[in-house]
Ligand binder design. Structure first.
Ligand code: C2E
Ligand code: MG
Ligand code: MG
Length: 749
């Protein structure tokens, strides 16, 4: 195809050279020859336009544009055909002839086609602004064209009305084309090749038309076919052809790089300068001295208005890019900076990074001490951030208590970590507010820009977010560097693999009767024997498993494994017969429709009796149980399974669920037990909880008993059962079996 294109253009050029450089073509045949040589290119343009319209992967909006442009191509072709026929017909044609009208006719379709091409500009306000900019450009050009062409044409002495009207229409149509061109370049910050070719073609046509008409009007020169304006028109036609061809070959109308500011933003100002230049020129030429002062005044006025507009624009831009409370960059500005940064990969061993910062425990400060205290903290954080970053870096507030730092040029990834470390240190200084000392801590996620985030700013920010959440989980007031393994999906896969690879283990902690220390049950507690990180406690992974959903297979495995071991002990050791087995359930498990059948299957499979199993639910699970959950719990209860409320008193003290759910056990959280022997309040609350459990006829278990004194206090207030390090730490199944064995043999445990 490119050969056909270049060949066609080559033939036209050759014909042009023959016509302009030799006298082989007789002047009487000049018009016919010129039209004939332009025909193949016009046909080709129609063909390519048609193929483009029929392309099925074209967006509807763009197809509509190409249909209009295609119509313009067809009319353009018909103009050449009619003009050729006219030139071959003996006798001189009138002006304007049909062909002349046909030459002008494609312009409106062309204008509509170009204006309707999909744009990069989205908001209405932006569209309106760009429309006005385009109109300023056209108004500027109009001033020049009016003086140079339209006014003299309208005043041509002796010419008939139709001829004058038609001749004046051409510059007006050119103005329309200019309008379309201005819209084209102003609405698109970066023109792809297709649109650049189209724009160049329009510009060339407008310039040539103007020169051609000006030569007639101002200098009485009529360029004949074969003279240079014709070469420029042919070139303009060829550029349109190339544009259609390029669109056919490639998938996208847009350019590759993304930029936010229109690179043609200066165009309206040029138009204004042009219009005033024209006025000055005319005033001088026509010796209109009276007007001179007025024109000067108008120029100064306009200049001042423009300066004012620029100031307002800068101010509103500044407001849009800064956060009013802290003076840091706004979210919009941060997004812009991240997008800029990710446009190219890092090179030469340099490194680019983004840090997301989330304050820990900010809400309580706001809630307890008021918004002024909250604002003081946010401002102090901003000051700390400024003290840590260097020029070239950007610190911003994304909203609420979330901040970000963009580091576009670092010597290496250690430098990014060093910045995060310095930030953590800077935040550790307490904030003075009145006579209060407010402690702020922040969790920071660090993400390094690499190949996977080139041109993907959202992805880089998502990485920083993942890292930030990991930092939060691993203890707050710290930072974490993103690695692919941190990704929730990767972590989810790792957790599920851990279950499949038998990396999970169950430990058991005895539950004792406080009066005699007799073991009455065990609680199953999961651990993860991680291949590289060692034995992990539930705190390190259960919350994540809860988020990803991996807690479901983990929980099912724990239930099965715990029942299997407990059933084995029952067979081996007579005193294990009466032991209850408590297993923790997560929200995800409790809300599953198949919970009952899963438990029934496990019980059937392991032979563990239902009435010795206790399911531990945390308060958050049972806060507002839906009907189905209540029904599920009731069904399990009716099988004999016990239901315990774990960590009682730490959640939301809604007692209603004690009535709506078939609860059998209440486990008093260890935070109450911890202060029971020293703190009168803790003592009072615990006692109240024990009595509450009694009132509901629930078995009550105190958690986290660490000392003999605590045990004595609990016994004193009538608490029947307990568990804690004072009696026994959680241990492996084998270790627990040994204890049972020791008891069986009557050895001291
Ligand atoms: P929990 O169910 O309240 O379990 C009691 C936790 O307190 C256990 O921590 C236990 O080791 C610890 N503990 C017991 N006695 C004492 C004591 O005297 N002093 C102190 N300081 N701590 C004591 P662990 O094993 O780290 O488990 C933490 C939590 O993880 C559990 O709290 C439970 O909510 C959850 N969890 C454990 N296993 C599972 C499971 O299989 N599934 C689900 N969904 N959650 C589980
Ligand atoms: Mg528990
Ligand atoms: Mg507990």
């Amino acid at each position: 195809m490119p050969i056909v294109l270049v060949g066609t253009f080559g033939i036209v050029l050759l014909a042009f050279l023959i016509q302009s450089g030799t006298d082989w073509v007789h002047p009487s045949q000049a018009q016919a020859f010129s039209e004939l040589t332009r025909l193949p290119m016009a046909v080709l343009t129609v063909v390519l336009g048609g193929r483009l319209i029929l392309r099925d992967d074209l967006e509807a909006g763009e197809r509509r544009s190409w249909v209009l442009l295609g119509m313009a191509f067809v009319v353009g072709l018909s103009a050449h055909v009619v003009s050729l026929a006219q030139a071959l017909t003996p006798g001189s044609a009138p002006f304007p002839a049909v062909a002349d009208y046909l030459y002008a006719a494609p312009i409106p379709a062309m204008v509509a086609g170009v204006m309707l091409l999909p744009t990069a500009v989205r908001s209405r306000a932006e569209r309106r602004k760009l429309l006005i900019d385009s109109l300023i450009v056209v108004a500027g050009a109009c001033t020049a064209l009016w003086y140079l062409e339209i006014a003299p044409l309208l005043q041509t002495p002796g010419a008939d009305f139709e001829a004058i009207a038609f001749a004046a229409t051409v510059p007006v149509l050119d103005l329309l084309l200019l309008f379309a061109l201005a819209t084209l370049v102003l609405c698109r910050p970066n023109l792809g090749l297709v649109l650049r070719l189209l724009a160049a073609s329009i510009l060339l046509k407008v310039v040539t038309d103007t020169t051609y008409i000006m030569a007639i009007v101002q200098f009485d020169v009529v360029y004949a076919p074969g003279s240079w304006p014709f070469l420029l028109w042919v070139t303009a036609d060829f550029l349109v052809l190339l544009s259609a061809h390029h669109r056919l070959q490639h998938d996208d109308l847009r350019g590759s790089a993304r930029r936010t500011y229109p690179s043609f933003g200066w165009l309206p100002y040029v138009a204004i300068a042009l219009a005033y230049g024209m006025l000055v020129f005319v005033a001088r030429r026509e010796s209109l001295y009276a007007l001179g002062g007025m024109i000067l005044g108008a120029m100064v006025l306009t200049g001042l208005v423009i300066v004012r507009q620029v100031i307002v624009q800068r101010e509103s831009h500044r407001m849009a890019v800064t956060d009013s409370l802290t003076g840091l960059s706004s979210r919009a500005r941060i997004n812009e900076r991240v997008a800029e940064m990710t446009r190219q990969p890092a090179h030469d061993g340099r490194c680019k990074a983004v840090l997301l910062i989330d304050l820990d425990h900010f809400k309580p400060i706001n809630d307890t001490y008021g918004h002024e205290a909250g604002d003081a903290v946010l401002k102090a954080v901003a000051t700390s951030m400024r003290s840590v970053i260097r020029s070239g870096d950007t610190a911003g507030r994304l909203g609420g208590d979330e901040f970000a730092v963009v580091l576009p040029d670092l010597p290496g990834r250690e430098a990014a970590e060093a910045v995060a470390r310095r930030l953590v240190e800077a935040f550790s200084t307490p904030v003075i507010f009145g006579d209060l000392l407010l402690n702020v801590e922040a969790s920071i996620g660090v993400a390094i820009h690499d190949e996977s985030t080139v041109s993907q700013p959202e992805r880089l920010l998502a990485h920083a977010d993942v890292a930030m959440y990991v930092a939060k989980r691993t203890g707050r007031g710290t930072f974490c560097l993103y690695t692919p393994e941190l990704d929730p999906r990767a972590q989810d896969a790792e957790l599920r693999r851990a279950v499949a690879n038998d990396e999970m283990v169950v430990h058991f902690q005895p539950v004792v009767r406080l009066t005699d220390g007799h073991e009455v049950g065990v609680e199953a507690l999961v651990r993860w024997n991680h291949p590289t990180r060692g034995l992990l406690m539930p705190g390190a992974f259960i919350e994540l498993a809860e988020e990803t959903g991996a807690v479901v297979p983990i929980g099912e495995w724990v239930l099965r494994e715990a029942c299997r071991q407990a059933a084995l002990w029952r067979q081996t050791y007579p005193q294990a017969q009466h032991l209850t087995l408590s297993v923790n359930l997560s929200v995800r498990q409790v809300t599953r429709a198949d919970l009952e059948s899963t438990i029934a299957d496990i019980l059937a499979e392991t032979g563990f009796p239902a009435d010795h199993l206790v399911l531990e639910l945390t308060e958050s699970v049972v806060l507002e149980p839906d009907e189905a959950t209540v029904a599920r719990m009731a069904a399990l209860r009716s099988r004999g399974v016990g239901i315990a409320i774990d960590d009682f008193g730490t959640g939301y003290a809604a007692l209603s669920y004690l009535r709506s759910l078939p609860v059998t056990v209440l486990k008093i959280d260890r935070s109450f037990v911890a202060g029971i022997d020293t703190d009168a309040d803790a003592w009072a609350v615990t006692e109240a909880l024990v009595h509450l459990a009694e009132a509901f006829s629930l078995r009550v278990v105190a958690e986290g008993i660490e000392t003999a004194e605590q045990a004595t206090c609990l016994r004193g207030m009538g608490c029947e059962f307990g568990q804690g390090y004072h009696y026994a730490r959680p241990m492996t199944g084998a270790a627990f079996a040994q204890r049972l064995e020791a008891v069986r043999l009557g050895l001291p445990s």
